[in-house]
Design a protein around this ligand. Structure first.
Ligand code: MN3
Length: 196
């Protein structure tokens, strides 16, 4: 199989109680896994099977784009979370957040609002757009790479991300994830790849 489900960077119960083991069993074990399985079916025997995921994402449309992008989005999302996360960024990322949002609190407010107001399935993002930090939201499998933006952090706001733990209360899921799980070290690492 050319595309593989990457290992989670923590155990299935490591994010509980903010995100339960049951949610990760479904979200990682079923949903993310299904995108990988579908991507392998769609690329079997085709040149895309040997291409990097990012290359498929920027050129593909339809089902191939949806599954390739969702494999990328979920792998990225798992890395955006960590047990004992939350807190605040430091260093150059913290300076850039203050410069472009005014304060870290404003940045977090915008991220929560983007996730809460994304109509239907999608993602809330902190991105670098030509060196300027922005909060954006995308629908379904859509992602910053399509807009030449560098993703720094994301929160999955598809119902499968929160319905077991929070039912319909998406804003409560967003608040808890932002407060307790976001991995600002990962965001800072992504920010070092941004060219000015
Ligand atoms: Mn998801």
């Amino acid at each position: 199989m050319p595309f593989e489900l990457p290992s989670l960077p923590y155990s299935l119960d490591a994010l509980a109680p903010t995100i339960s083991k049951e949610t990760l069993e479904f979200h990682y074990g079923k949903h993310h896994n299904a995108y990988v399985t579908n991507l392998n079916k769609l690329t079997e025997g085709k040149p895309e099977a040997g291409k990097p995921l990012e290359e498929i994402i920027v050129t593909a449309e339809g089902g191939l784009f949806n599954n390739a992008a969702q494999v990328w989005n979920h792998t990225f999302y798992w890395n955006c979370l960590k047990p004992g996360g939350g807190g605040a960024p430091s260093g150059t990322l913290a300076e850039a957040i203050n410069r472009d949002f005014g304060s870290f609190d404003k940045c977090k407010e915008e991220l929560a609002a983007a996730g809460a107001t994304q109509f239907g399935s999608g993602w809330a993002w902190l991105v670098s757009d030509n060196g300027k930090l922005k909060v954006t939201k995308t629908a379904n499998a859509d992602l910053p790479l399509k807009y030449n933006q560098t993703a720094l952090l994301t929160v999955d706001v598809w119902e499968h991300a929160y319905y077991i733990d929070y039912r319909n209360a998406r804003p409560n899921y967003l608040a808890a994830v932002i407060d307790k799980l976001l991995n600002w070290d990962f965001a800072a690492e992504n920010f070092t790849k941004v060219s000015y």
